[in-house]
Design a binder for this molecule. Sequence first.
Ligand code: PGA
Length: 245
Amino acid sequence: MYFIANWKMYGDLKSLNSLNKVIKFSKQHKKKRFKIIYCPPYTLLDSFSKKIKKTKIELGAQNCHFEMSNGPFTGSISPSMLKKIGSNYVIVGHSENRSSGESDNVINKKIRSSIATNLKVIFCIGETLIQKKRKLTNKTLKKQILKGLSKIKNSNKILVAYEPVWSIGTGIIPKIKDLDKNVTFIKNVLKINLKIKNPKVLYGGSVNPKNVEDLASIKSIDGFLVGGASQKAKNFIDIVKKTII
Ligand code: PGA
């Protein structure tokens, strides 16, 4: 099971202290099969990287530019810069970036350069509330997958995070039955259309210590992408505990 902490635009050097508890927890349970990945803002990647050295916790970034190494792109960070600073993962296609204009085509380019740089990609997909109401969920998810992952070979480097847009930061999660159906649909598209043998699909959107047991009852889910609830060590540890212990 994967547990990914997406800190979004939160956190400063002081917030690194909250990692102590998580490091301790991860050491105590090192025999269990789970992976914790922290995705702090760019400004904290270096400090995080130093802090989690010699632990099983891994580091990821929240986005990257599609250009692999360098270029005249003010304000951007490339996959190879992320790799050099100790990041092994990168989130691509988050709805908060899609909503500010990131297209499937740009997402595809970002995924390709990330994989070429040897980063693993946490590829976010999800339908909006309007798409859900219009019964366009499957169509939307399939389009996002086929366009986002077009011409990608090393698909074992991809974790798909299913995050219904209406569920992010709202406290609302999908009905368990619907979520199970959607995760199965996503896995089938990955297997049938993209010939990925053992696809990994995580769920994200308002995951918290109270609802995680219900969510984890869905056997096809391979982990969680956690936003708000990942900022407090206790909440994040509780989410992991309730899923794996
Ligand atoms: P949330 O965010 O857990 O705060 O809903 C999840 C995400 O955006 O990845």
